[in-house]
Design a protein around this ligand. Structure first.
Ligand SMILES: [Zn+2]
Length: 272
């Protein structure tokens, strides 16, 4: 499944795998000027390539190495014969996606990307009339970048924003690092956030500030119980039972990960 929409001069591609009538965790990719920002999942490869044909695309920029952001890198690179840019630490995963340790649910929903040939991104790039600053933004992954267009006041946030609430943390994410990065980004003047999960989010600065405030409150609530309750009881009291997400991903995303990362300051996979 793939849907195309416009937000001003930015084109949004919303895509995902349909299975038994359900749409599984769809993602966005974006076209700003002549630059494709992420390439979505290869579960929508044919539809994506067919809507790109005839467009002016001069390069791909990946926000990070996850399979639902680089899924069509190889096909788009070959079709347009264009370069791919990403954070230096992401390059080896783009060259060989099998270095990522995809779980069963990830293979079902997004599948393995093909190998592509990336280059390290610099501190800025131009995209046919738009100028983008590249901002290192760790927390979701170490190789995560956000892209800021200061004249239009756009911020492309990859998987860092994902809505104003925070419940589930991935095992290899760091809660406090995400919070610090979001605080830094929220100091920018932002009209529109372009989020790979939520699409175009208006009043971007307010949205980021709202998320920061909620994450700070959650952090403070958890730390206030640190001496009083064990981690699983803190999770139960503040976030409740593990839900659907924890079951489907077999703990890859969970509420307990969130609590454990706040308590330790580390990624959950570094403390177990
Ligand atoms: Zn991601």
């Amino acid at each position: 499944m793939l849907k195309v929409s416009e937000q001003g001069p930015v084109t949004l591609f919303y895509m995902g795998r349909s299975l038994l009538g359900f749409l599984l965790y769809p993602v966005y990719a974006f076209l700003a000027g002549d630059t494709l920002i992420d390439t979505g999942t290869n579960r929508a490869d044919r539809e994506f390539l067919s809507v790109l044909k005839g467009r002016k695309i001069k390069k791909i920029v990946n926000t990070h190495h996850h399979e639902d952001h680089i899924g069509n890198n190889a096909d788009v690179q070959n079709l347009f014969e264009i370069p791919i840019y990403a954070h230096p630490s992401a390059l080896r995963y783009l060259e060989n996606p099998r270095l990522s340790d995809l779980r069963f649910y990830q293979r079902i929903v997004w599948d393995w990307p093909k190998r592509s040939q990336p280059m390290a991104i610099g501190s800025y790039f131009d995209a046919d009339g738009f100028h983008f600053d590249v901002i290192n933004s760790p927390g979701h992954t170490d190789d995560h970048i956000c892209l800021y267009e200061p004249d239009r006041k756009w911020l492309f946030t990859g998987d860092l924003f994902c809505g104003t609430t925070f419940i589930y943390l991935r095992q290899d994410e760091n809660y406090l690092q995400i919070l610090e990065t979001l605080k830094k980004l929220s100091r920018l003047e932002i009209n529109t956030v372009f989020c790979n999960l939520k699409g175009a989010v208006p009043n971007g600065k307010e949205a980021l500030l709202k998320k920061v405030a909620r994450m700070e409150r959650l952090r403070d609530d958890v730390l206030a119980l640190k001496e009083e309750l064990p981690p699983d009881k803190i999770r139960q009291k503040i976030l409740g039972q593990e839900g659907f997400m924890g079951v489907v991903t077999r703990g890859h995303y969970s509420k307990q990960n969130t609590i454990d990362s706040i308590l330790s300051g580390k990624r959950p996979d570094q403390i177990r």
